[in-house]
Design a protein around this ligand. Structure first.
Ligand SMILES: Nc1nc2c(ncn2[C@@H]2O[C@H](COP(=O)(O)OP(=O)(O)OP(=O)(O)O)[C@@H](O)[C@H]2O)c(=O)[nH]1
Ligand SMILES: [Zn+2]
Length: 301
């Protein structure tokens, strides 16, 4: 019987995986069908099979899973073992706080941490509304970093926030996600080139998720596409539970299945009226509710 070794999945190839061993060497690996889905970020056990190839024989337990909606109401695993998502915003394009709230709620639901990353501060005129929303997030416990990749401002604080963790960037188009990854990654293209050159299992496409080691410590999973933060498995009650700022009030609603839409004994609405919960967060919650796929008539209480 051949020896099993541990490895880290760093990319998807056409028909297999790129797995990095403890010595840093990356190997093309097949996986056994019965293992189910294996994603970038997974820790796996593999054994050598053939020239410079391996076979993944086990997936080690995950500390988190990020899923994406797929065809036929199914979900697909996008990344495993993520520690945190960096929600990137900028003065331009105008911040989409609804998208930020959605990403934050999905992260909370998946036990993935979240950090707000306000980029392009070189363009920020201090707009009072934007500033108040940003400080609102900080007040409910989300770390807030302000950077300008263009000017190199705040980058060491960003590197410190990434060190020792596996992170992913998310956010609207145009906020600077690619610019930020480029600034953080050493020899980015060399590694992609190396993975593409792995034999036998087909090409690595840059449209698939890839894990990179950062120059200043920590890993970054680069996953193109913003639609990964799906809410398909959420109900209104679950969505509300994943708002950190709503959590203290929810047990006091009169009805267990309160969707926090109408008054009748809703402790959350009372908290909003008293100013204990941000009115704008609550109003965006009502908008996100409309995006939930499985809003049942009974939930409209
Ligand atoms: N002024 C300024 N411009 C920036 C900064 N960071 C990025 N940009 C510019 O913003 C534009 C969009 O940056 P990208 O890195 O492509 O943004 P993205 O989030 O990856 O966009 P998508 O690929 O569409 O998701 C580019 O023109 C960048 O040069 C910054 O700190 N300051
Ligand atoms: Zn309620």
């Amino acid at each position: 019987m051949s020896e099993r070794r541990q490895g880290l999945v760093v990319a998807h190839l056409g028909k297999g995986l790129a797995v990095e061993g403890p010595d840093g060497r990356v190997l093309a690996c097949h996986t056994l069908r019965q293992l189910g889905s294996v994603a970038v970020g997974d820790q796996v056990l593999w054994e050598p099979c053939g020239d410079d190839q391996g076979r993944v024989v086990a997936v080690l337990p995950r500390r988190s899973e990020l899923l994406r909606p797929a065809h036929g109401g199914k979900t697909r695993l996008v990344a495993a073992n993520l520690d945190q998502v960096l929600v990137v915003m900028a003065p331009e394009p105008e911040p989409d706080f609804l998208l930020a709230d959605q990403i934050l709620a999905v992260c909370e639901h998946r036990d993935i941490g979240a950090v707000l990353l306000f980029n392009k501060i070189d363009l920020f005129d201090g707009d009072a509304e934007v500033e108040s929303q940003l400080q609102g997030y900080a007040a409910i416990g989300y770390p807030l970093l302000r950077v300008s990749v263009k000017q190199g401002a705040g980058m060491s604080e960003l590197q410190a926030a990434l060190a020792g963790k596996t992170s992913m960037l998310a956010g609207q188009s145009g906020v600077g996600k690619s610019s930020i990854s480029r600034a953080l990654l050493p020899e980015h293209d060399i590694r992609v080139g190396h993975i593409s050159a792995l034999s036998g299992l087909g090409r690595h496409t840059t449209t698939a998720a890839t894990l990179y080691h950062l120059a200043a410590g920590g890993d970054l999973i680069d996953s193109p596409g913003v639609a990964v933060f799906g809410m398909a498995d959420m109900t209104p009650a679950i969505l509300a539970q994943n708002y950190r700022d709503f959590q203290p009030f929810l047990p006091r609603c009169r009805y267990n299945d309160c969707a926090h839409i109408k008054d009748q004994g809703c402790a959350l609405r009372e908290a909003v009226e008293k100013g204990e919960v941000s009115d704008s967060r609550y109003r965006r919650y009502l908008k996100l509710l409309e995006k939930l796929p499985n809003l049942r008539p009974g939930d409209s209480r």
